[in-house]
Design a protein. Structure first.
Length: 286
């Protein structure tokens, strides 16, 4: 059943001795706001981890395929939607009804299309453009971050020519010693009802994926990442009962001692204003 409630949510997570989201324009160092020194993580990075978790726990189950992953070209998947629906493929000047049927097929069979939407208007068999009901903003660190460039050695050269200068060579890893990040998101019941038909079961899976998205994504490069808190504001109306920024202000987190470099989650103070506007329920998922 398609959701009937709007949701706003706040994610709070931390990283220890790792690079949570490298910037290709800066040698893959952690992303940093050049003006304030605060770290940030892109929405694309967070949604990738959610997709990966859903694929792990729902692999092979109907309706929970993942569109955005490196297995096949996207246009090939769009053509597959036409074939599954018995529609003509490879013809220009598509019938709008065929495009709509293919779009509905993609929403029904791909979780990330149903949740995040997708641009599927490329190729000879377009499936339209879907605006997803689930939107996640960039995560931002609570405090400015410091980046340590760690020099490492490697004892395996890649070519015979490079072995002539010795058996080892130098490398570099960029890490953040510790940081707490906050990200905010929204789920629009109106958008879900209009196109994607995101269900209550899908939303529960989304919460599960957010809580666990770092647990099967551990790597030496990303260090220790933990989801610390997930707060969900559930509205009793499809269009909501209160502007989201008022609800987000109910969750406050700040560094306990400004002159001390934070190195653990207890170095921060988290407060929750439980005077919630009428028609909105605050649910602490984690």
């Amino acid at each position: 059943m398609t959701i009937k409630n709007r949701y706003d949510f706040v994610m709070i997570f931390d990283v220890e001795n790792g690079n949570p989201n490298g910037d290709p324009d800066a040698g893959n160092s952690p992303r940093v706001d050049a003006e304030t020194g605060h770290g940030y993580i892109t929405d694309v990075c967070l949604k990738r981890k959610i997709r990966n978790y859903v694929e792990l726990c729902k692999e092979g189950q109907a309706g929970y395929n993942i569109l955005v992953k490196p297995d096949k070209a996207l246009n090939t998947k769009f053509t597959g939607a036409y074939e599954e629906q018995g529609l003509k493929t490879g013809q220009k000047g598509k019938n709008p009804a065929d495009v709509e049927a293919a779009r509905d097929y993609m929403c029904k069979n791909y979780f990330d299309v149903r949740a995040f939407g997708a641009v599927m208007s490329t190729g000879d068999d377009p499936c339209g453009i879907v605006r997803g009901p689930v939107q996640i903003n960039f995560a931002r660190s609570i405090s400015p971050v410091s980046i340590d460039d760690i020099t490492i050695t490697r004892q395996a050269r890649t070519t015979e020519d490079r072995t002539e200068t010795g058996n080892t060579e130098m490398g570099r890893k960029s890490i953040i010693p510790y940081a707490v990040y906050r990200a905010e998101g929204h789920i629009s019941a109106a958008q879900a009802d209009k196109v994607t038909k995101l269900s209550d079961e899908d939303v529960e899976l989304l919460w599960e994926a957010i809580i666990n998205m770092f647990e099967d994504d551990h790597s030496a490069a990303r260090g220790k990442m933990c989801m610390r808190k997930l707060y969900v504001f559930k509205h009793d109306k499809m269009l909501g009962n209160c502007p989201s920024h008022i609800l987000f202000d109910k969750i406050s987190i700040k560094q306990s001692e400004e002159n001390k470099a934070p190195r653990q989650f207890s170095d921060y103070e988290l407060t929750v204003d439980e005077q919630i506007p009428d028609g909105v329920e605050l649910i602490e998922k984690l």
